[in-house]
Design a protein around this ligand. Structure first.
Ligand code: NAD
Ligand code: LMR
Length: 332
């Protein structure tokens, strides 16, 4: 029997991530090849004509899974009845700006859209915040939508996770699909900690630790980390625009794994509300290793954290605490 359509909201849908993301959703990349979808697309009035152009293209592409399109500049109409909300709308970082610089522009958007989601989204709506500063925007959304369960509000660090997998695969000249269990800890920013201490590669002789195969701790503790931390800036430098296709693809990965589950023995990185695991202060949206089952994520517990890692986990938590304070000062 055909499944009922799932309503997926994409905010900022006329922007560059939106343009890459909506066809992926309509093709089943996010929710699977047998899951019909109704797309809700929100943007601001100056982008209304472009948004309508995206809607026209969605119609023209004749996606079999796409059962309807709502394209609007009205947040209430956009949020009504949505089961999944991918929050991309906002002001992107330009060359030379830190993600913090876009804070004041974006936190007020997330405060007001929190209310629209809280009042009008479907019960148990899952929220993924992509727009930067992603962790802090998600935290603001959570705080101003108190009736949405905190487990339902997440932010995107899967792009950083995928970047880390990509770097290891290039360095070892192995398939990226054979590398797993890297971790992105903390903030989607240059203080994030890409950690390979528990990562493995599938080889003909079984799973081997990445550290053993790379056999170059100086690279893993140095250039590898900074390359992943700075990849967003490197893309902006090269394209004069921030990452879009990789961000859209990673957003699909995030929601797909959250809804459909992670493969046995594999974890992924998600920015989630901290419960104090790994002595990360609670009250922050912080990226952890998670597994997903039955539509719920759970932080992977019991991983060993050495002193090098501990310092890095703490540093990125400190930045998130500072961002939280700054966000509140922007709102007051
Ligand atoms: P973009 O400027 O191309 O698109 C943003 C869109 O948001 C625009 O169409 C704009 O009109 C719209 N918008 C602005 N205010 C809005 C509001 N109040 N409601 C609805 N829509 C609104 O930017 P982009 O390149 O698509 O990037 C979007 C965001 O994603 C940026 O904040 C960027 O920094 C961030 N980003 C995050 C990651 C990540 O991994 N977390 C990766 C890449 C980009
Ligand atoms: C990215 O990581 O590509 C985005 O967050 C864009 C940015 O601001 O770096």
């Amino acid at each position: 029997m055909a499944k009922d359509p799932v309503r997926v909201l994409v905010t900022g849908a006329a922007g560059q991530i939106g343009y890459a993301l909506v066809p992926m959703i309509a093709r089943g990349v996010m929710l699977g090849p047998d899951q019909p979808v109704i797309l809700h697309m929100l943007d601001i009035p100056p982008a209304a004509e472009a948004l309508n152009g995206v809607k026209m293209e969605l119609v023209d592409a004749a996606f079999p899974l796409l059962k309807g399109v709502v394209a609007t500049t009205d947040a209430v109409e956009a949020c009504t009845g949505v089961n999944i909300a991918v929050m991309v709308g906002g002001f992107p970082r330009k060359e030379g700006m830190e993600r913090k610089d876009v804070m004041s522009k974006n936190v007020s958007i997330y405060k007001s859209q929190a209310s629209a989601l809280e009042k009008h989204a479907a019960a148990n709506c899952k929220v993924l915040v992509v727009a930067n500063p992603a962790n802090t925007n998600a935290l603001i959304l959570k705080e101003f939508a108190p009736s949405i369960p905190e487990k339902n509000i997440t932010c995107l660090t899967r792009l950083d996770h995928n970047r880390a997998l990509g770097q290891i695969s290039e360095r070892l000249n192995v398939q990226v699909s054979d590398v797993k269990n890297v971790i992105i800890w903390g903030n989607h920013s240059s203080t994030q900690y890409p950690d390979v201490n528990h990562a493995t590669v599938k080889t003909s002789a079984g799973e081997k630790p990445v550290r053993e195969l790379v056999c170059d701790d100086a690279w893993l503790n140095g250039e590898f980390i900074t390359t992943v931390q700075q990849r967003g800036a490197a893309i902006i430098k090269a394209r004069k625009l921030s990452s879009a296709l990789s961000a859209a693809s990673s957003a699909c990965d995030h929601i797909r794994d959250w809804v459909l589950g992670t493969p046995e023995g594999t974890w992924v990185s998600m920015g989630v509300y901290s419960d104090g695991s790994y002595n990360v202060p609670s009250g922050l949206i912080y990226s952890f290793p998670v597994t997903c089952r039955n539509g719920e994520w759970a932080i992977v517990q019991g991983l060993s954290i050495d002193e090098f890692s501990r310092n890095k986990l703490d540093k990125t938590a400190e930045e998130l605490s500072e961002e939280k304070a700054l966000a509140y000062s922007c709102l007051s």
